[in-house]
Write a protein that binds this ligand. Structure first.
Ligand code: IPE
Ligand code: IPE
Ligand code: MG
Length: 249
């Protein structure tokens, strides 16, 4: 993967991943059904996408629906799928006009033809855009993504007669849904929960984690700026030492 870290402003994360959490609690606090919170969450998605472009972030990954979220009540799952379809239908033209390239990451197995069709249209119509790379993690689980990558690599290795012992980390990175994209520098989770919930397990090896107290529907540019400020105050070592030249041998 190309590394241009020498030439860029290291205060701004290149890739931000967001676990958009807290829609249900936001709605409950207003004595409303959970679906009301999910609907309000879509407006926060729009704000996050706009803020990412304005702040010079080149890759944004939004966790919209996990492979485990199918276990929610049928009615809620239906609401969430409906909102995903509505978002693509309503926002695709504007996203394209603003230079956003959309990719949907996650498993496509067993998704209904209407949602699959919309996803493919969004990816196809936005394929030449480059202001912001937006990944929407839908029917996504980090373990499932790694499993699918392994299955793909195993088939490829068998077909080419390659020795499985020669598999590299780059092979695995390339076989993930995010193949070719930089790892997230910053992972944000709203709602105060402090866990990854199966989000970007491989890619987050050295991501900085920022947990925000706000519920997802309240997220806006100022929360994004706050998370980036926190990110900029961190020292990333990647297993090394902060300033190797200062260390007496
Ligand atoms: C995030 O909000 C949306 C999805 C997971 C799809 P939640 O629905 O998880 O809201 P809480 O965590 O119950 O408040
Ligand atoms: C993670 O949130 C999934 C998404 C944001 C899409 P959850 O609300 O599903 O996670 P848990 O159940 O609290 O770990
Ligand atoms: Mg939640």
């Amino acid at each position: 993967m190309a590394d241009d870290s020498q030439n860029r402003d290291t205060m701004t994360p290149r890739h931000v991943g967001i676990i958009m959490d807290g829609n249900g609690r936001w709605a409950a606090a207003r004595h409303k059904p959970r679906g009301f919170g999910h609907k309000a969450g879509v407006d926060a998605v729009r704000k996050a996408v706009r803020a990412a472009s304005e702040l010079g972030i080149s890759h944004l990954t939004l966790y919209a629906f996990s492979s485990e979220n199918w276990s929610r009540p049928q009615r809620e799952v239906r609401d969430l799928l409906g909102l995903m379809k509505l978002f693509i239908t309503r926002d695709l033209a504007e996203l394209c006009a603003n230079g956003v390239r959309i990719r949907i990451i996650g498993s496509r197995t067993d998704l209904s033809p209407d949602i699959l069709g919309l996803m493919e249209t969004a990816e196809f119509r936005s394929r030449d855009n480059s202001v912001l790379n937006l990944n929407i993690a839908f029917n996504y689980g980090g373990r499932d993504e790694i499993r699918r990558a392994f299955a793909r690599l195993a088939a490829e290795f068998a077909q080419k007669g390659r020795d499985p012992g020669t598999i590299t980390e780059a092979d695995i990175c390339g076989a993930l849904d995010t193949g070719g994209q930089p790892d997230p520098d910053l992972l944000i989770r709203t709602s105060g929960e402090m866990r990854l919930s199966n989000f970007m397990l491989w890619q987050s090896a050295y991501s900085e984690l920022v947990f925000l107290p706000c519920m997802w529907p309240d997220f806006d540019k100022s929360w994004m700026e706050q998370a980036i400020e926190e990110y900029a105050s961190r020292t990333r070592r990647f297993g090394g030492v902060e300033d190797a030249k200062d260390i007496a041998l």
